[in-house]
Design a protein. Structure first.
Length: 456
């Protein structure tokens, strides 16, 4: 690609280091696949909020192509626009040309992080989080232990009472208020690394526990393993697995994402499982694309392809292969003459990347004693998008306000979702709005398992 510019193309790009890196990393075929039809515009949350062309997938692709064609050098506004995308990938299902926009935005961010312009503080935080924390299970557990101590020792109450949290930006104070109870004991510490199936085993599955999931949502991981066992699956929790690498890939730390992917591919290969099960849409979306992430690594390419083919969201596996729906049908509703009203907020990556939008709804509609009500625009991003609600709180807040309007119109007792980031974001929305009627946000696995236990 760079050679093309030595043959009479404008040298504006050749003089810009970031532009040269973009030329090397951007998939030019995908750039030219975009027909500029505009089908992506109504699907894009940032375009819907601003109405600005550069805030759309089409606009961002046009900016990338302008750099690739030597028409512009990537300046600070270019960087900002690439990082302003939520990465929800709602544009992909509606694209008639099947443009792989998610890959393009990750390639652009990867190139940008090769030429960072962060402050010293931001650089330190990125290094700490992406390289020295998330990839290391023991460090994540220590962090979970510290958070648990903070939450349960009285320190949190004291900090709130004397107003120390006022030194934090408002959106971080709000996030602190909705954090679930942390744990230093993950799912393997709680239930072991193997769980027998109830009845004749249907298949042997490996539970992907995640890094943040196993610290802040340990109970959900435990309930996922138990739910799968009740549905007829042998459950293995490989101890050698690690962080999925999704936040790294979305933030331009692609090399680290690949290192983590290699580790997980080997861990689940050694576990000899039929399926790899995820209960977090964000994790599952990158797991199912490990074949693409590692396609240039001949040593693990075939194993990565095999891995990606076996990745399933827990709801999809239960619907397709499990025995659980019959048990849910039998749930005792005698103590609940009035059906409990529930609704669902889609995980963008679960719906748009893993193509699993229907399975959670099938399960919810079969739970006795409940009434499932579809929320308007439930497939629209809630604004969480990994760490987007931390790095872009203003836009994330606008999107959340629109989402809460639809949630309040639905008037549910429970709002369910399939991703930890979505769950925290919707909890934040409930905290801000404080609806008159009690509204509880839960992971769909926790709700399903609680109903299953009630039926027993």
């Amino acid at each position: 690609m760079v050679e093309r510019y030595k043959e009479g193309k404008p040298d504006i790009v050749l003089d810009n280091p970031l532009a040269r890196t973009l030329l090397q990393k951007l998939d030019y075929d995908q750039l030219t696949n975009c027909m500029r039809c505009g089908f992506c515009l109504p699907a894009c949350p940032t375009f819907q909020e601003t109405g600005l062309e550069p805030e759309s997938p089409r606009g961002r692709i046009a900016l990338m192509k302008a750099v690739a064609d030597g028409l512009m050098a990537p300046d600070e506004r270019f960087r900002e626009q690439m990082n302003h995308c939520l990465g929800c990938r709602a544009c992909e299902p509606v694209c008639p040309a099947d443009v792989k926009y998610g890959r393009l935005i990750e390639q652009a961010r990867d190139a940008i992080e090769d030429h960072p312009q962060h402050t010293a503080a931001v650089s330190c935080i990125r290094t700490l989080v992406f390289r020295h924390l998330f990839p290391h299970e023991r460090r994540m557990k220590r962090l979970g232990g510290l958070l648990r101590f903070y939450q349960r020792s009285g320190v949190q109450a004291a900090v709130r009472m004397i107003g120390l949290l006022r030194i934090l930006p408002k959106h971080l104070r709000e996030m602190e208020a909705v954090l679930p109870e942390a744990s230093s004991n993950g799912v393997a510490d709680r239930i072991g690394t193997f769980l027998s199936a109830r009845g004749e085993p249907i298949a042997r599955v490996g539970l992907f526990r995640g890094c943040i999931m196993d610290v802040l949502f340990t109970e959900t991981n435990v309930n996922t393993a138990k739910l799968l066992a009740e549905a007829g699956f042998e459950v293995v929790v490989p101890t050698a697995q690690g962080c999925c690498g999704a936040l790294h890939a979305h933030s331009g730390e692609t090399d680290t994402a690949r290192e983590l992917a290699r580790r997980n591919v080997q861990a689940f290969k050694d576990a000899n499982v039929d399926y790899i099960v995820s209960n977090a849409g964000g994790c599952g979306a990158i797991l199912v694309e490990y074949d693409h992430l590692l396609e240039g690594d001949s040593a693990v390419k075939e194993d990565a392809i095999s891995f990606a083919k076996r990745v399933k969201d827990v709801s999809q596996l239960v619907v397709d292969k499990g025995r659980l729906p019959d048990a849910l049908d039998a749930a005792d509703s005698q103590n609940h003459p009035e059906p409990v009203r529930i609704t669902y907020q889609d995980s963008c990556h679960l719906r748009n990347v893993m193509k699993t939008g229907d399975a959670p709804r099938q399960l919810m509609k079969r739970i006795a004693g409940t009434e499932f009500v579809e929320m308007e625009q439930s497939d629209r991003c809630c604004g969480s998008a990994g760490i987007y609600n931390v790095t872009n709180p203003e836009m994330a807040g606008q999107i959340l306000e629109r989402k809460m309007g639809h949630a309040n119109e639905t008037n549910p007792r429970y709002l369910l979702t399939s991703n930890p980031g979505c769950l925290l974001q919707m909890k934040l929305g409930v905290e801000r709005h404080k609806p008159r009627e009690t509204l509880e946000v839960m992971h769909i696995v926790d709700f399903l398992y609680s109903r299953l236990r009630r039926s027993e």
